[in-house]
Write a protein that binds this ligand. Structure first.
Ligand SMILES: Nc1ncnc2c1ncn2[C@@H]1O[C@H](COP(=O)(O)OP(=O)(O)OP(=O)(O)O)[C@@H](O)[C@H]1O
Ligand SMILES: [Mg+2]
Length: 256
């Protein structure tokens, strides 16, 4: 990576040519995806037929009013929730055709998820929190924490590896959550409202960080946001409304 957190990886240059190559195989393809919650009187239709392609080497923003289905859609893309209908292909794999155990392994290896409320474990230090995906993957604890420390460094928290979440600011907690989502080098990073709880400056820092660290030629990043201050950072903006993607527009692709 450009910042050298993962030794042995090819140095990253911003992948303009690939990012703009419409023939590059999409990282994510959603076709007529529907999702219903509940039954009878409590039935809610969250997704009404989503069609969406997410390109590798790009940051795709997913925007739209509260309740339009953004979290539901990215949870389905990340394999955390099953759709009611339609097809979802992620990194060339049809999620519906993967048995449960294979899906869990695929998700652990290939997908990083940044939750809106961080979901850090309060009793673990920043470095331990960031190391969790590596420990789940079976890496010895000391190696996992060492590698997590390097990623914390990359997100600007080099000196805070020993801090507990309660000792960190909201922006710092968000960066630990991002480090945790990146530590196993996922090919697809999905972030739910990563700047919602942050002031303008911290929000900008987080978006610059995501661009710098996560946007790579063979990787894709999806960021759900209602925050118009960050629209410039995406390569494309998919607009959702009432359970559908209405249209996809080209965005600023601002490089820090
Ligand atoms: N587990 C659930 N059970 C029942 N209904 C749900 C569930 N999760 C989401 N919904 C409903 O599905 C719809 C879409 O919700 P979703 O959380 O995807 O919206 P969103 O676009 O992420 O909204 P926000 O911007 O407020 O986070 C809403 O009407 C919501 O109430
Ligand atoms: Mg949401």
């Amino acid at each position: 990576m450009a910042i050298g957190i993962f030794p042995g990886r090819t140095a990253a240059v911003r992948p303009q040519s690939e990012a703009n190559d419409p023939a590059a195989r999409p990282a994510v393809v959603c076709r007529a995806v529907t999702k219903e919650f509940g039954r009878g009187d409590t039935r809610t239709v969250a997704l009404r037929g989503v069609d969406l392609e997410v390109r590798p080497g790009q940051m795709t923003l997913l925007v739209g009013p509260s309740g339009c289905g953004k979290t539901t859609l990215i949870s389905i893309i990340a394999g955390l929730l099953q759709p009611t209908g339609g097809a979802v292909e992620v990194l060339g794999r049809d999620l519906a055709r993967m048995p449960g155990g294979a899906l869990v392994r695929f998700r652990r290896q290939n997908i990083g998820f940044v939750f809106q409320q961080y979901n850090l474990l309060p009793a673990l230090s920043a470095a331990e929190n960031a190391a969790v995906p590596l420990m789940i993957a079976g890496l010895p604890r000391s190696d996992a924490v060492r590698r997590a420390g390097a990623v914390l460094e990359a997100v600007g928290l080099g000196g805070r590896g020993h801090s507990l979440p309660a000792e960190l600011s909201g922006g710092q907690e968000q960066r630990v959550a991002i480090a945790r989502a990146l530590v196993h080098e996922p090919r697809l990073l999905v972030c739910d409202e990563p700047t919602a709880a942050l002031d303008a400056q911290s929000g900008q820092t987080v978006m610059e960080l995501l661009r710098r660290v996560a946007v790579q030629p063979d990787r894709a990043v999806i960021v759900v946001t209602h925050d118009s201050r960050v629209f410039d950072f995406g390569d494309r903006i998919a607009h959702m409304n009432d359970g559908r993607v209405d249209h996809v527009a080209v965005a600023g692709g601002r490089v820090p």
